[in-house]
Ligand binder design. Sequence first.
Ligand code: BTX
Length: 326
Amino acid sequence: QSIREKLLAMLLENKDTYISGQMISEKLGCSRTAVWKHISELKKEGYEVEGLQKRGYRLISTPNNIRPHDIKSNLKTKFIGQKIVFQEVVTSTQELAQKLAQEGAKEGTVVVAEQQIKGRGRLGRTWESPKGSGIWMSLIIRPNIPPFQAPQLTLLTAVAIVQGIKKATGISCEIKWPNDILINGRKIVGILTEMQAESDRVQSIIIGMGMNVNTTSFPDSLKQKATSLLIENDGKEINRAQLLQAIFEQFEILYIEYLKNGFEVIKLRWESYAVSLGKIITARTLTGEITGYAKGITDQGVLLLEDYEGKTHEIYSADIEISSQS
Ligand code: BTX
């Protein structure tokens, strides 16, 4: 942890009391003037800190920033999110994360940006990533699994995000296979998993997550399909750093469980959040359209769809539309 992160952690831990400049300087091993300078810097970033002559410093409020120290000062993970690369503007966090992964970035490294100018969805689609209101990030992991199991990580990520959102905000979301997180049928999060692999082993998986957090309005083309946590939270702003901490923590718990015991437990959780199962759905794949009953997912995360003739199809990649409640 940097001095800035340690200082913030101390202020956050002692939110209801004052901590003296003397105590801070002893714990951080720097002069009281240095402490004062760090506090001034934090104030410039939007942290409200009260300083009283005889009592010391007290944190009153935190800004809605997602720089590394905002996220890491209160992050209780071993490796997920412990290294954060922050950029104000990027083309796509996926691109930068891929480059870092090739250069040997450690597992758990995260790239976060305030804005993407070429945010990517699947199949060459674009992902709207306006400045300041969302979370646009890519996580690098290096699981020792064969490439065909990589889709399991998309499903694991969806579970981690649903649980993280619930923990940080109390809001419940649903998962639509394979990679959308919805509230009341509208998309709040998109997940894009990209892999670098040899024939039998994964080298790295880059999990891209785009979340509409404090977005107040969408372009016309998305108005019917998209929503944000703020909109679903009666217009109240969500603290993005706290949300990220919760998601990283949930992800790490699930990921460790997955590496130890396999996909089974994750699958059960995923199914409990899935809206697309047990319904008649239409799957649009690259080769055509199939309508049928969504029976479930396999241990590899493949969707099983039973058509009207009773034949079961294995769907690896598609867009699905839920046609009816059944
Ligand atoms: P997808 O192909 O499933 O969804 C893309 C579609 O979703 C678009 O065609 C559009 O209809 C709709 N859409 C676009 N922007 C938004 C938005 N902000 N909110 C809701 N709906 C939207 C889903 O792809 C995967 C998206 C991953 C995005 C992350 S952001 C960080 C990382 N970097 C990067 O370039 N992509 C990932």
